[in-house]
Design a protein around this ligand. Structure first.
Ligand SMILES: Cc1cc2nc3c(=O)[nH]c(=O)nc-3n(C[C@H](O)[C@H](O)[C@H](O)COP(=O)(O)O)c2cc1C
Length: 314
């Protein structure tokens, strides 16, 4: 009922884990059967291992969100392919490898290394991390650069290719259009919002990089608005991300036009959330007579309520 296909990938259901919030999908084996998820999006993988930014790298904010500046700490593509990927595949996961890089060449290098390995369903390209000095936002906020990266990677793979967009731009629809024009299969909306928090006892920033990526329930309305904007701009599938805590939250993204959703910050609060969200979506579909997920996707009704029309507000 909830399965759908994009390019060559059959997603069992629309619920995936968001990059950086579920490690390499191997960290909590007893808690979670990764084969039951729509897919696992890995931590961003770069060419060389990265230590990331200095601590403090995470802070919870009073506004119902979380600020992070992990800085793309990861094991590097060689260790990932040799050790992490086989273990993840053995568990039956649909694996989407998230790639981060500081140059177009590095994106291509990491993708080409992955191409020689069986079993990877596709890629999500992180052009939008706000927490790295080189690359990161400077790519994500530069539309020609995003277009070029998409073009170069598309030429190198027939696998599923999603571009992960930053919300920290004036017109996210323009970026999505560039990705669509260059052959991306999907766009992931959104990465974290640029944020800051201050400890007033010390009058110091709560995280060492001063500003960082803001995620969690507080960003949901902003993320939904971005997905709505992108839905109007492109025809390719959207992966909705941002502040999803419950099945109801996930359903909002599907209704506004996302085909898949990713759960991020919620996994720190409730590692079992994905299972609950999958079940909640299925229950909703049954209760509301939806036979296929595609009927639910983009079913947003923006017409005026009949009672208001009758009252002359049309
Ligand atoms: C601790 C942390 C680490 C993250 N690391 C990555 C990453 O390596 N690559 C990436 O593309 N996004 C990364 N993200 C962004 C998430 O994948 C997601 O886009 C964002 O958190 C918004 O979703 P959420 O509100 O459900 O958390 C990270 C987010 C958090 C909270």
């Amino acid at each position: 009922m909830t399965e759908l296909q994009i390019r060559n990938v059959r997603f069992k259901n629309p619920v995936l884990t968001a990059s950086g919030t579920f490690g390499y999908g191997l960290e909590c084996p007893d808690l979670f059967d990764v084969a039951q998820l729509g897919g696992v999006v890995t931590k961003s993988i770069s060419r060389k291992p990265r230590d990331g930014n200095p601590p403090q790298r995470i802070a919870e904010t009073s506004s119902g969100g979380m600020l992070n500046s992990i800085g793309l700490a990861n094991v590097g593509v060689d260790v990932f392919l040799d050790q992490k990927l086989p273990a993840l595949l053995q568990r039956g996961a649909t694996v989407i490898v998230n790639i981060a890089a500081s140059s177009v060449e590095e994106y291509c290098y990491v993708l080409e290394r992955c191409e020689s390995h069986e079993g990877i369903a596709g890629y999500e390209i992180n052009v939008s991390c706000p927490n790295v000095k080189d690359g990161g936002l400077s790519f994500g906020t530069n539309c020609p650069a995003v277009a070029q990266i998409t073009r170069e990677l598309r030429r190198r793979t027939d696998r599923f290719l999603a571009m992960k967009l930053t919300p920290n731009v004036t017109s996210i629809g323009e970026f999505a259009r560039a990705c669509e024009a260059e052959g991306a299969d999907a766009v992931s909306c959104v990465n974290t919002f640029l944020g800051m928090d201050i400890d007033i006892r010390t009058r110091r920033p709560k995280i060492a990089t001063i500003t960082g990526g803001y995620s969690g329930p507080a960003i949901l309305p902003m993320a939904l608005a971005k997905v709505h904007e992108v839905r109007k701009a492109v025809k390719i599938p959207i992966i909705g991300i941002g502040g999803i805590m419950t099945a109801e939250d996930a359903l909002k993204f599907l209704v506004v036009g996302a085909s898949l959703v990713q759960l991020g910050t919620v996994l720190f609060v409730d590692p079992m959330a994905a299972t609950t969200v999958v079940k909640g979506i299925e229950d909703y579909m049954t209760e509301n007579g939806f036979k296929a997920i595609n009927d639910l996707i983009g079913s947003l009704d923006v017409t005026m309520q009949p009672s208001l029309v009758a009252a002359g507000w049309s």
